[in-house]
Design a protein around this ligand. Structure first.
Ligand code: PM9
Length: 462
């Protein structure tokens, strides 16, 4: 990574197509927010000024990816773009077999149905919403085995995504290795604040799992961002390419689920990648039931081509330095302004610590949901709650889970916003911070059964 000829993290691209943005008046924003039940997922995109809801499917594609879209082979079976994707996954991720899916949860669904039997346990380095739900729907129980530091927003451990081997061992001793179909490792860990897992930890966990005959499945959704953190933070990797680091990470696992909508710079797409032939055969059988034929998995040929090309672009050192550089730029400005955020700054987003931001609100008054609503009211900035609402309910007791982390995520789509947009976002957070003591909480007035954060509705408390 030659940094000398360029200032800071400046983007390694120029813009040749633009999409106009508009900002509603405060009165209009208030109406939009009330109409959306104080849930940023229920806002119309047109009513949003800067959209930091998610980095999922919101990326800007390159001219090379758009050119690839024109080469879409829209055959029902055996599209050439499927073979291009298969080759790219084998080369950059190293898995033998590929099953395309419409997005990440399609892959999670297939894998969970195949490997998880009722009464089994799936340990993981923190839960992710869709991943855990598919595990539970298949009859499994998720068990959190991430290091304690991950639950502490202020802890500066550079690898807060690491698996705690003691926690894993305790589970194995308690339930037996034969009750654990696989260990789920995410890189980076979204719900912990985009925190990476180290190569040393992956290696050590692999050794332990091998000795017990436990499979490892990688959630590779943001694995290239994780590879970047390994490169800049872990001893021995400074001069290793991101592509090589990624291959090494994957080599310690048996399979991967992938939401291509993040690292892979596309608007739709995902896959399940495997090394075990029999599991692959099962997945290929099931994909035709739930997604589409095994050579398209719910995607158009052009979507697969864009994703195959995105795989190549994702490991570009310049791209990743600018991508993470932008997130760090925002995070550092917020730290300077005294705003409480999760540290170290994550890969895909800056996470505001709503418990510290709004200390007068109890967790049952949904501080992160409230803060996300206030950011929208302030300037039309859209963010996402990642706290008690996202955590859902314990299926046994019916009570809310009360996660230690009560966060609001400012998530950066790749190659979409400029430094000036970043500055406006920071100013918005600062303005809400100034008036934080006057902010009142919310109550939930509608709660859907699954993944409630998407569609729940709220009203202000008096
Ligand atoms: N992540 C995100 O905004 C999409 C909406 S929230 C459910 O962060 C991981 C680590 C993810 C992820 C989605 C999925 C599911 C799996 N693993 O959205 O189905 O961050 O493509 O992927 C979202 P799909």
């Amino acid at each position: 990574m030659d940094q000398s000829p360029r200032r800071s993290w400046a983007e390694p691209f120029k813009i040749k197509m633009v999409e106009p943005l508009k900002m509603l008046t405060q009165e209009e924003r208030k109406r939009a927010l009330t109409g959306a039940g104080y849930n940023t997922f229920l806002l119309r995109s047109e009513d949003v000024y800067i959209d930091l809801l998610t980095d999922s499917g919101t990326n800007a594609m390159s001219d090379w990816q758009w050119a690839g879209m024109m080469l879409g082979d829209e055959a029902y079976a055996g599209s050439r773009n499927y073979y291009n994707l298969e080759e790219a996954v084998a080369r950059y991720y190293g898995y033998k077999y590929l099953v395309p899916t419409h997005q990440g949860r399609g892959a999670e669904h297939l894998l969970s149905r195949i490997l998880i039997k009722p009464g089994t346990y799936v340990p993981g380095n923190m839960y992710f919403t869709t991943t855990r739900l598919h595990q539970e729907l298949a009859g499994g129980t998720f068990v959190d085995v991430i290091v304690d530091e991950a639950h502490d927003p202020a802890n500066l451990n550079p690898f807060k995504g690491n698996v705690d081997l003691n926690k894993l061992e305790t589970l194995v001793k308690k339930v037996g290795a034969d009750k654990i179909p696989y260990l789920s490792v995410a890189a980076t860990v979204n719900m912990a604040g985009g925190q990476p897992i180290s190569m040393a930890n992956l290696k050590e966990v692999r050794k332990y799992c091998r000795s017990k005959g436990i499979r490892m499945v990688l959630d590779a959704t943001r694995a290239v961002e994780n590879a970047y953190f390994i490169k800049v933070r872990e001893k021995g990797y400074a001069n290793v390419s991101l592509a090589k680091i990624l291959r090494e990470m994957c080599s310690y696992t048996d399979a991967a689920t992938m939401s291509g909508k993040k690292d892979l710079l596309v608007n739709i797409g995902g896959f399940l990648a495997l090394n075990e032939k029999d599991v692959f055969e099962e997945a290929r059988n099931m994909v035709v039931v739930y997604e589409g034929l095994h050579t398209y998995g719910g995607l158009a040929g052009r979507d697969m081509e864009a994703m195959a090309r995105g795989i190549v672009e994702a490991v570009s050192e310049d791209h990743m330095r600018a991508r993470i550089g932008q997130v760090e730029y925002v995070g550092e400005k917020l730290i300077k302004a005294g705003i409480p955020i999760v540290r170290p700054i994550g890969g895909h987003a800056v996470f505001l610590d709503a418990k510290v931001f709004l200390p007068h609100l109890k967790q049952v008054s949904f501080p992160a949901q409230t803060l996300a609503a206030e950011l929208y009211l302030e300037s039309g900035l859209r963010s996402m709650e990642r706290g008690i609402v996202s955590a859902g309910r314990n299926k046994e007791t019916g009570d809310h889970y009360y996660p230690k982390l009560e966060l609001v995520r400012l998530t950066f789509p790749r190659r979409v916003y400029t430094q000036a947009h970043c500055d406006v976002s920071v100013e918005t957070v600062e303005a809400v911070y100034q008036r934080r003591s006057k902010i009142k909480g919310l109550k939930m007035v509608y709660e859907p059964k699954y993944l409630r954060f998407f569609q729940a509705r709220f009203e202000p408390t008096r």
